[in-house]
Design a protein around this ligand. Sequence first.
Ligand code: 89Y
Length: 341
Amino acid sequence: MAPLRFAIFGTGFWARFQLAAWRELEGVECVALYNRTRAKAEMLAREFGIPRVYDDPVALVDQEQLDFIDIITDVDTHSRFVQLAAQRRLPVICQKPMAPTLAEAERMVAVCRDAGAPFFIHENWRWHEPIRQLKRLLDAGQIGRPFRARIDMISGFPVFVNQPFLKDLEQFIITDMGSHTLDVARSLFGEASSLYCQTQRIHQDIKGEDVATIMLRMGNATSVVCQMAYAGNHLERERFPETLIFIEGERGSIELAPDYWIRVTTAGGTHAQRFPPPRYAWADPAYNLIHASIVPCNANLLSALRGAARAETTGQDNLKTVQLVFGAYESAHNDEAIHID
Ligand code: 89Y
């Protein structure tokens, strides 16, 4: 089977890991890079042996024979590049968060749908190895109906060092991290019917909120609390980027504990097993859990591009996560619970 040819738009911090992860898969080949600052694209192209580089996105799509585009640019440019792909009916993958507003995300999904261009979101958190295993155990009914859960991503990791733009976001932790935790919540428990959120800013030198607490009613009447913080404070157990999860069910409980331990407790006692992510030489050790999850996420999207499987994170599906993200801001702003349609 001929490899699928793709271009990457955006050659910032995340692009080299995305590229390396694509290289773990058979049947796919990056043929061109676009970046506003050409020199940055040239550097990455040299490192990975990518044949062509552009600083004009239109020239790239006009001159290359592509099967899809993978967008890894700043969130403000996502819509422009997704539309460019849709005009050519090119399948397109876009990094989370999809868009800076819900209205823009809705327009992006509509434009692709109307053009008949498949549209996917690169949302990798639900592909973290231990979260995947937790979902398998939950779906197997080991603890019965889950009635309550806690999903925590609480860290003092200096996220602004590698991603300084995060400091300038007026809406920070819920767009950056809530996009992930709320998507994980949906993948575990189903759709939300209501939510209530409170936010805080602890760092004084950033524009947005760095602490958020979101309580949701989801799926089969499960109460879910998502707690997030990048407050820069000191924690005895710094586990970035691990997401810790505790689920109470009618017949037992499951915990995703530090260091990738999953502990299932039922009438028969507690069974504990460790599910670490695979180690990749190209991954930044501080981000290995996330970087390793790019591989199965890309594999799922590649199967969908080939028509061989259903993509979990289509644009249409991810709109529901985006709705929760902006619903959380609305709730925090008005200090009111909101209902989700
Ligand atoms: O940007 C974020 C992401 O998607 O994963 C972790 C991160 O790099 C910082 O929160």
